[in-house]
Design a protein around this ligand. Sequence first.
Ligand code: DX5
Ligand code: ZN
Length: 220
Amino acid sequence: MQKFVIAPSILAADLARLGAEVGTVLDAGAGFVHVDIMDNHYVPNLSFGPSVVRALRGSGVSAPMDVHLMVDPVDRIIPDFAEAGASYLTVHPAASRHLDRTLRLIRELGCRPGLALNPAEPVSGLEYVLPQVDLLLLMSVNPGFGGQSFIPEIVAKAQVARRLLDQYAPHARLEVDGGVCADNIASLASAGVDTFVVGTALFGQADRKEAMAVLLGKLG
Ligand code: DX5
Ligand code: ZN
């Protein structure tokens, strides 16, 4: 099991002050920066491109950038995010014609491969590809928007996922993404989750430092 990491989702940040917002949450104890890339095709929303990752790196952000690619098809854009400075590149299986090849491409480019499963997608059947991943992301909302309600069934799904990771990819992180907040983060940690994407529950609060302290406090 990896050490706990909170990964603030910049989708919920004040984008007019993005550099300062990211600095605040990193100073408050965030471990990763979660960057939600949406293409208005795989998901019904449009967000950022590689230039945001490059801009944050250029502003001095050295923390791992956990780039969540809600993009289909995904292979073409992967090198652009690797070059821009992404650390983790997480893909949705349905966005790749050949998932094993896509994950190998990410690692060949010097990034850490991640696999994202939507709420309705099972964790079973991934035994032959889990060894390829450094991060398994379980969506706890349907992808495309921040500020949605947490889907509680994902706690039990995380328990199943943790057992599979312990067997096939003990080195990998288990991340949950969507609606994570002070009310559910402890139960997710008990289920074996070690990486927590938090958007609204952090950037939606006036005092980010206080909000982060509450979340970290729940993790003990
Ligand atoms: C949704 C994104 C999530 C979302 C999390 O498609 O993948 O990362 O931004 O934001 P909150 O924490 O507000 O649900
Ligand atoms: Zn995300």
